[in-house]
Design a protein around this ligand. Structure first.
Ligand code: A2P
Length: 336
């Protein structure tokens, strides 16, 4: 890898794409040239990067000549078609879609958990699902000390996970609701303003689990390299713009106390404890938005398990940053 690589962003006009550029700039990623790629609809538009104006180009099969690192976030079908083309042209792809995550030859990486896998890549490195990252950053240091054998998660997911158009839909439908106007949903399947609904990914008719839930279950096993870990999960969208929350209850192999969990997490990379019982101040999307750490609080014994092996907690993380763009840029930093 060159010391000042050429980096391409595929999906540069999207919610995650914009954060790729912001993370590269803020973290002073040592890139030479940035290429911004999107659909033909966006060709010719401009974006700002390090004080320069970058003209957005249409993504084509020729886009990757001279590109060293390609950050993809334009949906699974674009990744499936263009990631192999980018690899063939000599780029390393870090893909934010689900297209390659469960491919055994593709590392699925959270740098705080399994950075060692990055060097095994054969051209593509997958960024995990945002709900997976948000749960696993705090669970991993606990799992390493006292194996987690079972975890139950309920998510409270922001609009950003469904892209820029869904964020716009939340804002516009809220405005319409407050002004007493009707609003027909265009991106999400249900009214978003002042509502909560089961995650919009396809539901498996046999099991009743939706695609998002299945991703978290499978990705957890792959990243922890633990096929025996039992994961139960319910994924839900809430009318929040950009940070996800998750209520997480986990059961360890050996007994564990809330003080032990607090001690482990106080040193854990990528984690910030926000757990003030006196002030009733715990992780909130409004605090998690715009920062890279996963906020963890409400750390307490799970009283439904009298054996003392189980802990409940509540977390919040910026879906666009640690859940997507920041994780990918951290991976890119290992490549240079
Ligand atoms: P565009 O804005 O030109 O449609 P989000 O995840 O926020 O929905 O963003 C999706 C990103 O993927 C956008 O940057 C979008 O570009 C890009 N995209 C969608 N379809 C294509 C396509 N056919 N070719 C290239 N980029 C695409």
């Amino acid at each position: 890898m060159k010391s000042r690589p050429t980096v391409a962003i595929v999906g540069a006009t999207g919610a995650v794409g914009a954060e790729f550029a912001a993370c590269l700039e803020q973290r002073k990623f040592p890139l030479g040239t940035l290429k911004a790629l999107a659909s033909a609809r966006s060709a010719g538009k401009t974006m700002n990067f390090r004080g320069e104006t970058i003209v957005i180009e249409e993504l084509t099969e020729k886009s990757f000549e001279g590109v060293d690192i390609a950050l993809f976030s334009a949906g699974g079908s674009i990744s499936k078609k263009f990631a192999p083309i980018a690899v063939k042209a000599g780029a390393v792809v870090i893909d934010n879609s689900s297209a390659f995550r469960m491919d055994p030859s593709v590392p699925l990486v959270i740098p705080e958990v399994n950075p060692g896998r990055i060097k095994e890549h054969k051209g593509i490195i997958a960024n995990p699902n945002c709900s997976t990252i948000t749960a696993l950053v705090p669970l991993w240091p606990i799992h390493r000390k006292n194996r987690i054998q079972r975890v139950t998660i309920a998510t409270y997911q922001a609009s950003s996970g469904a892209g820029a158009a869904a964020m716009e839909e939340l804002v516009e439908s809220t405005r319409a609701h407050l002004e007493g106007r009707s609003y027909a949903p265009k991106v999400l399947p249900h009214p978003y303003a002042f509502n909560v609904f089961s995650h919009n990914d396809t539901v498996d008719p046999e099991t009743g689990y939706n695609g998002e839930e299945i991703k978290v279950i499978r990705e957890t096993r792959k990243i922890f390299e633990d096929d025996a870990i039992r994961v139960g999960i319910t994924c839900v969208r809430v009318p929040v713009l950009r940070a996800h929350c998750e209520a997480i209850t986990f059961e360890c192999e050996k007994p564990i106390t809330e003080d032990e969990v607090r001690a482990i997490l106080s040193d854990a990379p990528g984690v910030k404890i926000v757990d003030d019982r006196a002030k009733n101040y715990f992780p909130m999307p409004i605090d998690a938005s715009g920062q890279g750490d996963i906020l963890v609080g409400r750390i307490r014994k799970d009283v439904s398990d009298p054996t003392g092996h189980s802990i409940a907690m509540f977390v919040s993380g910026d879906q666009l940053l640690k859940g997507a763009a920041l994780n990918a840029v951290q991976i890119a930093e290992y490549l240079v």
